[in-house]
Ligand binder design. Structure first.
Ligand code: CAA
Length: 692
C-alpha cells in the first residue's frame, strides 16, 4: 500500500488498483482527497500492471461532499473539476464502491466513474440546495442522464436521498454487493474486464432526456409544486434551471450554465447564511462544560402531564420513534379528547400517504392515558405540559417528587417561567430541567432545553441526546423570562404594537415581515395563538389594542376575527373595524399618526431582536450567537437564507445596527433601542457576533 496523500492511499491487487479515501469524519473532498484521487489515477494510468481502478472510502461513509470548510477561502489546487475530468477520461475502467452516503460532490465523483457498486445501506443525494447551492461539478448534468429529469428535479430541489434499491432501479448503481464491499467491488471490476464492458460515460447518454424535451411544462409544474415551501430561496430555482439546461443543451454547454449559476449562488448572501447555519446547527449540540463521557440516563418510558394541544403534540414525538408514553389528565373528557386529537392527526397523515395504517395503529398503541399521576412512577422522563401558572406547576412538581422513581428526569414545558423556582419545591433539583417544545410540538424542530442552576450534567446530556432521538434540534439555554426564543420575540411584538399606534396598520407590518421571509407577521401570529392568552375578561380595562379587541370578542382565528377578519378557510383580510378601533385608540393615547416606511417597520421590528440577542449572550443565557440563530430558524421560521437574527446583524454590519438603534432610541426614548454594551464593543472593534 502506498500513501498518495495523508488522506488517500493506493494498493494494487492482481491488476486491480484500489484508491482508498480516508478523511474522517465524512470523507469530504478536501484538498488532500482531491490530490490523492488525481495522483492515484495518474499513477494507475502510467502503471501497465493496473487494468482497472476501484475508488472506495474508509470509515463510516463514501465521500459526503465538498469540504464546506474550504468554501469562501482561497482555491486550493487541484480543483474538483480537473480531478473529475481525469477520472472521466481514464482509459482504464473506474468503479466507485459506495457505502454510507454519497452526497453532493461525493455523488458527482461517483457519477464520473464508469460503474458504481454499493452496499445495501448506501444512500445517494445532491443536498447542495440545503446550503443555498447547486451541485457544481457536473451533478445537475449527469444525474438526469442517469435517473431521468423528473427524479433529478425532485432530488436537487429537495436535497432528498434515495436508498440502494431505488438507486439500482433507477440505474444509478450497477450492483448491490451483499457482504464485503471492497471484495465485491474488486470482483465487479474483474467482471468488467473479462466481459470487456465498454468505458461508458454518463455524459454521453441522452436516452432519458428525450421525453422531457417534448414536455417543457414539466419544469413549471415542479416550480409550482415547490413554490410555497421554497418562497424566497434562490437555490431551488437555480437547480431547476440547471436540469432544464441538461435537457435542452449539449453536455458541455449545460456544464457551463451549471458553473455560471453555481458561482452566482456561491458568492451570494443566501448560501453564506445557509453554510453558516449548517455549522451552527452542529455547534448547538456541543456543551462546553458537559464532557462527552458524562453518563446518560436510559429513557424507555415517558410521562406527559396534560393532554391539551402541547401535551398531545409532545406525546406524538415519543410515539413516532417507538417510545411508550403515558398522558395524564385530571378529567376523563379532556383525556379522551386529547387521545382523539392524536388519533385524528395520525389518520390525517396516513390519508396523505406519509405513514401507513399500521403506523397509525402502532403509534396510537404506544400512547396510553390515565387520570392518576401515580401511574408515572415507572417513567424515566416526565414532562409537565399544563398551562403557564407557577403555583400549579409547583404543586405538580411537589407531587412528582413523591411519585417519580429515583433517577427520573422531571421536566417542565414552560415557555417562560423560572425553572429554578419549580425545581426548588422538589428534594431533587438536579433532576429538574425545562424542555420547551414549540407549537405544533409534533412538527416544529426546535427544543429549547432550559438549564436550571442545579440541573445535573447527566440530565442535560440525556436531554440533548433525547432531543436527537425524537428528531429535534436542541439548544441549551439558561433561565430568564422567556428564555432565548420568547424573550427575543417579546421585543419584536412590543415594536409591532407600537408601530400600529404610531401610524402603521397590522397588515402593513405583517407584509414587511412576511416579505423578509418569515412565515407570518406578528399580528397573524397573535391571531393564530389567540389574543386572549393571558387576558382576563374580568380585569380588562381597554389599556392595550389587544384588550380592546378581546373586549370586542375578536380573540383571534378561533373566533373568526382578531387583528384580521377570517373567512371559512381561515384566509385573513384586513378589517375596517380593527382599523377604526386602532385609530380611536391611537388618538385616545395621544399618538400623532404618521406615514411609516417599510424600512422603518423592518428595522424597528428586527434590530431590537438583535439587540436582545446581544444581551442574552452577555448574560450567558445562550452559549453562542449561533445558538440564538438556531432557536429562531427552527422555533419561529426565521428564513434560513438569512442565517438567524445574529447572523443577519453581522451581515448588516454591527456598526450600522448600533447607529440605527441609536437613531430610534433618540426618536422614541424606548429602552429596547439602547444598544447592548456587547454589541457596541463589537461594533467599535469592527467585529461581529461570529468573532466571539
Ligand atoms: N464538509 C466539511 N465538514 C463536514 C461536511 C462537509 N461536507 N459534512 C459533515 N461535516 C462535518 C460536520 O460539521 C461534523 O463536524 P463536527 O463533528 O466537528 O461537528 C462532522 O462532519 C459530522 O457531521 P454530522 O454531525 O452531520 O454527522 P452525521 O453522521 O449526522 O451526518 C452527513 C453525516 C449525512 C454526511 C451530514 O454531515 C451531511 O449531510 N453533510 C453535508 C453533506 C453535503 O451537504 N454535501 C454537499 C456539500 S456541497 C458540494 O458538494 C458542492 C459541490 O457541488 C462540489
Amino acid at each position: 500500500m502506498t500513501a498518495l496523500t495523508d488522506m488517500a492511499d493506493l494498493s494494487i491487487e492482481d491488476g486491480i488498483a484500489i484508491i482508498t479515501i480516508d478523511n474522517p469524519p465524512v470523507n469530504a473532498l478536501s484538498q488532500g482527497v482531491r490530490q490523492g484521487i488525481k495522483d492515484g489515477v495518474a499513477q494507475c494510468l502510467a502503471d501497465d500492471s493496473v487494468n482497472a481502478i476501484v475508488l472506495i472510502c474508509a470509515g463510516r461513509t463514501f465521500i459526503a461532499g465538498a469540504d464546506i470548510t474550504e468554501f469562501g477561502g482561497p482555491p486550493k489546487e487541484p480543483g474538483l473539476h480537473p480531478t473529475l475530468a481525469d477520472m472521466e477520461n481514464s482509459s482504464k475502467p473506474i468503479i466507485a464502491a459506495i457505502h454510507g452516503t454519497a452526497l453532493g460532490g461525493g455523488l458527482e465523483t461517483a457519477l464520473v466513474c464508469n460503474y458504481r457498486v454499493c452496499d445495501a445501506g448506501a444512500r445517494f443525494g445532491l443536498p447542495e440546495v440545503n446550503l443555498g447551492l447547486l451541485p457544481g461539478a457536473g451533478g445537475t448534468q449527469r444525474l438526469p442522464r442517469m435517473v431521468g429529469p423528473e427524479k433529478a428535479l425532485q432530488m436537487v430541489t429537495s436535497g432528498a436521498q434515495i436508498g440502494a434499491d431505488e438507486a439500482l432501479r433507477e440505474g444509478l448503481v450497477d450492483e448491490i454487493v451483499a457482504n464485503d464491499l471492497r471484495a465485491g467491488a474488486i470482483a465487479f471490476a474483474r467482471k468488467v474486464l473479462t466481459e470487456k464492458r465498454p468505458l461508458t460515460k454518463i455524459r454521453d447518454r441522452e436516452d432519458k432526456l428525450i421525453a422531457a424535451r417534448e414536455n417543457p411544462e414539466l419544469f413549471d409544474k415542479v416550480r409550482k409544486s415547490i413554490a410555497r415551501k421554497t418562497r424566497g430561496f434562490l437555490a431551488p430555482e437555480y437547480n431547476i434551471r440547471c436540469i432544464e439546461a441538461a435537457v435542452n443543451l449539449p453536455f458541455e454547454e449545460g456544464v457551463k450554465e451549471e458553473r455560471k449559476l453555481f458561482m452566482e449562488l456561491m458568492t451570494g448572501s443566501q448560501s453564506a447564511a445557509q453554510q453558516y447555519f449548517f455549522f451552527a446547527e452542529r455547534q448547538a449540540a456541543k456543551i462546553p462544560d458537559v464532557p462527552a463521557d458524562t453518563p446518560e440516563i436510559p429513557i424507555n418510558k415517558v410521562g406527559v402531564i396534560g393532554a391539551g394541544t402541547m401535551g398531545g403534540g409532545i406525546s406524538m414525538n415519543m410515539a413516532n420513534v417507538g417510545i411508550p408514553v403515558i398522558m395524564v389528565e385530571t378529567q376523563q373528557e379532556a383525556l379522551d379528547h386529547g387521545l382523539g386529537v392524536i388519533r385524528k392527526n395520525y389518520e390525517n397523515t396516513a390519508s396523505k400517504g406519509r405513514i401507513s395504517a399500521q403506523d397509525v395503529k402502532d403509534r396510537c398503541g404506544l400512547i396510553s392515558g390515565s387520570l392518576d399521576l401515580s401511574e408515572l412512577a415507572d417513567c424515566d422522563l416526565i414532562i409537565e405540559a399544563v398551562f403557564e401558572n407557577m403555583e400549579l406547576k409547583r404543586e405538580i412538581f411537589k407531587k412528582l417528587d413523591e411519585i417519580a422513581k429515583p433517577g427520573a428526569i422531571l421536566a417542565s414545558n414552560t415557555s417562560a417561567l423560572n425553572i429554578n423556582e419549580i425545581a426548588a419545591v422538589t428534594s431533587r433539583p438536579e433532576a429538574v430541567i425545562g424542555l420547551h417544545f414549540f407549537s405544533p410540538a409534533n412538527v416544529m424542530k426546535l427544543l429549547e432545553i432550559v438549564r436550571g442552576d442545579k440541573s445535573g450534567k447527566d440530565v442535560i446530556k440525556t436531554c440533548m441526546a433525547f432531543a436527537k432521538r425524537i428528531k429535534k434540534t436542541a439548544v441549551l439555554v439558561g433561565v430568564c423570562p422567556g428564555f432565548v426564543g420568547n424573550r427575543i420575540l417579546a421585543k419584536r411584538q412590543a415594536q409591532a404594537n407600537q408601530l400600529i399606534l404610531e401610524g402603521a396598520l397590522p397588515h402593513e407590518v405583517d407584509k414587511v415581515l412576511f416579505e423578509f421571509g418569515l412565515p407570518m407577521g406578528p399580528f397573524q401570529m397573535s391571531d393564530l395563538a389567540g389574543l386572549d392568552i393571558g387576558w382576563n375578561k374580568e380585569t380588562s380595562k381597554g389599556e392595550t389594542i389587544r384588550d380592546v379587541l378581546c373586549e370586542a370578542d375578536r380573540r383571534g382565528q378561533k373566533t373568526g376575527t382578531g387583528f384580521y377578519d377570517y373567512d371559512k378557510n381561515r384566509v385573513p383580510s384586513p378589517s375596517p373595524v380593527v382599523e377604526k378601533l386602532i385609530l380611536e385608540f391611537s388618538e385616545k393615547t395621544g399618538h400623532q399618526r404618521r406615514e411609516i416606511s417599510e424600512d422603518e417597520i423592518l428595522e424597528r421590528c428586527l434590530y431590537p431582536m438583535i439587540n436582545e440577542g446581544a444581551k442574552i449572550l452577555d448574560e450567558g443565557i445562550a452559549i453562542r450567537a449561533s445558538d440564538v440563530d438556531v432557536t429562531w430558524v427552527y422555533g419561529y421560521g426565521w428564513p434560513v437564507y438569512r442565517g438567524g437574527p445574529m447572523h443577519y446583524g453581522d451581515s448588516l454590519g454591527l456598526d450600522k445596527v448600533v447607529a440605527t438603534l441609536r437613531k430610534y432610541h433618540e426618536m422614541t426614548g424606548n429602552a429596547d433601542f439602547e444598544p447592548a454594551p456587547l454589541m457596541v464593543r463589537l461594533a467599535e472593534e469592527g467585529r461581529g457576533f461570529k468573532d466571539l
